[in-house]
Design a protein around this ligand. Structure first.
Ligand code: NAD
Length: 314
């Protein structure tokens, strides 16, 4: 028998974000992909359509697909995108009741069929769903990771590049805190363009406008498309999967359980996290300026409220 490639299961792969995770992961040939969805034929059709791109784009996509949770068996990485997306005018928080039940049911199967997997949660409201996943699976915190900070940071970097007339490649900036329009915390104190501090390039009112635009990027896209966006959410999640599957040690903003870091415990929130073959291997604490520190605290408190509500569905 040859060397084994990682087995990556995507639950909700018939939907927009799940199919995008499969697409970006297939392009990078991150592993053998299992597409699972209650709409099994949709997941199968999207998988086949993608596999048939392989000959000319240049990738092989060994994939299995269906509705049966047993397909999760022995997965190394499980990506959870199952759940309803928000509609125009809705907040992510409003999805909590429906999605908590979906995430809980799926997590029972993850625990049963893939007890050693690293779980990447994408379903919203994100931080509360990571909490549900951690509670139900009982996995250690390094193996239950929420995907949102990479997406929010990607939007932040794009908005900075647009305002400064710079290349997105040269913008370094992160978004921490909760994955909600109201409480996410775009960090401006450490943002740079080509190594030059952001505040040396843009005026403070321009920076404030970028922060506000970043916070409502998801809502703006939902209003334009009529449903939640999927390409950037899918590519952001695949970036995390790549670091896990290829042991890359990338440091990315991810939602994980804090155990004293940043001065908080028993809460789930976006923080700089190193991802490698063992999952969320390390959390890095950074110095925030006083305004960011306060916003981060508010963010943690808001997430604690959401966790309380999500907990009532367990
Ligand atoms: P979608 O409706 O297109 O897809 C959801 C899929 O989940 C559907 O195909 C549905 O059949 C499937 N599903 C539902 N219950 C299931 C179950 N029990 N088992 C297996 N599959 C099940 O929605 P979408 O746009 O792909 O969004 C999916 C989720 O991701 C939503 O909750 C959305 O809010 C969230 N999202 C998160 C981020 C983020 O950054 N964290 C970004 C975008 C969207």
């Amino acid at each position: 028998m040859g060397l084994k490639r990682p087995k990556i299961a995507v639950i909700g792969a018939g939907g927009n974000v799940g199919a995008a995770v499969v697409q970006w992961s297939a392009l990078k040939e991150l592993g053998d992909i299992v597409s699972i969805d209650v709409k099994g034929s949709v997941a199968q059709g999207k998988g086949l359509d993608l596999a048939q791109c392989g000959p000319f784009i240049g990738f092989d996509l060994p994939f299995t697909t269906g509705e049966d949770p047993a397909l999760l068996q022995d997965s190394d990485i499980v990506v959870m995108t199952a759940g309803i997306p928000r509609k125009p005018g809705q907040t992510r928080e409003e999805l909590i009741g429906v999605n908590a039940k979906i995430v809980k049911d799926i997590c029972l199967n993850i625990k049963k069929y893939a007890p050693n997997a690293t779980l990447v949660v994408v379903s919203n409201p994100l931080d509360a769903m990571v909490f549900v996943a951690k509670q139900v699976t009982g996995f250690p915190r390094n193996r239950v990771i929420g995907s949102a900070g990479v997406l929010d940071s990607s939007r932040f970097r794009y908005n900075i590049a647009q305002a400064a007339g710079a290349s997105v490649r040269d913008v370094q900036a992160i978004v921490l805190g909760a994955h909600t329009d109201k409480d996410m915390v775009p960090i401006t104190s450490t943002a740079t363009i080509g190594g030059v501090p952001l505040h040396k390039i843009l005026k403070s009112d321009q920076i404030t406008a970028i922060v506000e635009k970043t916070k409502k990027s998801g809502a703006d896209l939902t209003a334009l498309i009529g449903t939640s966006a999927w390409l950037a959410p899918g590519s952001s999640t695949a970036t995390m999967v790549e670091s896990l599957a290829r042991n890359q040690n990338r440091v990315l903003p991810c939602s994980v359980e804090l155990q004293g870091e940043f001065g908080f415990k028993d809460t789930f929130v976006g923080v700089p996290t190193q991802l490698n073959g063992s999952g969320a291997a390390k959390i890095y604490e950074i110095d925030l300026d006083p305004k960011e520190k306060e916003a981060f605290k508010v963010s943690v408190e808001a997430n604690k409220e959401l966790m309380k509500i999500a907990g009532s569905f367990l």
